[in-house]
Design a protein around this ligand. Structure first.
Ligand SMILES: CC(C)(COP(=O)(O)OP(=O)(O)OC[C@H]1O[C@@H](n2cnc3c(N)ncnc32)[C@H](O)[C@@H]1OP(=O)(O)O)[C@@H](O)C(=O)NCCC(=O)NCCS
Length: 166
């Protein structure tokens, strides 16, 4: 198995895999059936979506795990600046491994490759947002040495005009 930088040619495979994992995730939290959700909404999901894919390929920090030309896993990341009190922070947007190939060390290798490259590019800190019930992801990050506290992220949809009247 090879871990290498993500390329444009990986689009179809990475898109399919990320959507499978997003569907797996939403299958657990949404009452709606996946098929009933609007296609336009689905098209905008994920780092492999039209709006974001190129940014993540060009960051030089996104990787794929490949065997026999098959993409088994991916990690989407980019460098962000002047947040959390540091100049350069590695922002991991999403990562995933095909269900058939989990628990074989692929996620670990993808994250390590990303962290090593980020260090070379001057990153001082790495950030991943993890759902509190995502045990595999929490354990993976702990194994690498991440510090995980009880912080939860507060999000506000600034595009939804109804929600914040003056
Ligand atoms: C999280 C994920 C990427 C891990 O990928 P993976 O290739 O299976 O992980 P690895 O085999 O490299 O595991 C590395 C370590 O993580 C921990 N880990 C991984 N899966 C685990 C599980 N199901 N239960 C407990 N610990 C687990 C273990 O410490 C493991 O080391 P070990 O096998 O020596 O005990 C994978 O489960 C996945 O794609 N999940 C769905 C998408 C997702 O949640 N992405 C993360 C978004 S933040």
């Amino acid at each position: 198995m090879e871990i290498r930088l993500m390329k444009i040619k990986d689009l179809a495979a990475v898109r399919a895999l990320e959507m499978e994992l997003i569907q797996e995730y939403f299958g657990e939290i949404l009452e709606n059936k996946w098929e009933d959700l609007p296609q336009e909404w689905k098209d905008n999901l994920g780092a492999s979506s039209k709006r974001f894919f190129l940014t993540y390929v060009q960051s030089g920090l996104s990787f794929v795990a490949v065997e026999d030309d098959e993409v088994l896993g991916f990690i989407f990341a980019q460098m962000v600046h002047k947040v959390y009190n540091v100049e350069n922070m590695l922002w991991v947007e999403n990562m995933g491994v095909h269900t058939y190939f989990r628990r074989m060390g692929i996620g670990y290798k993808l994250l390590q490759a990303c962290l090593e490259e980020a260090k070379k590019l001057g990153a001082e800190l790495a950030h991943s947002a993890i759902q509190p019930d995502n045990v595999p992801s929490i354990m993976l990050h702990k194994k690498i040495g991440y510090f995980i506290d009880r912080r939860e992220i507060a999000l506000l949809d600034l595009k939804d005009g109804k929600k914040h009247r003056h």
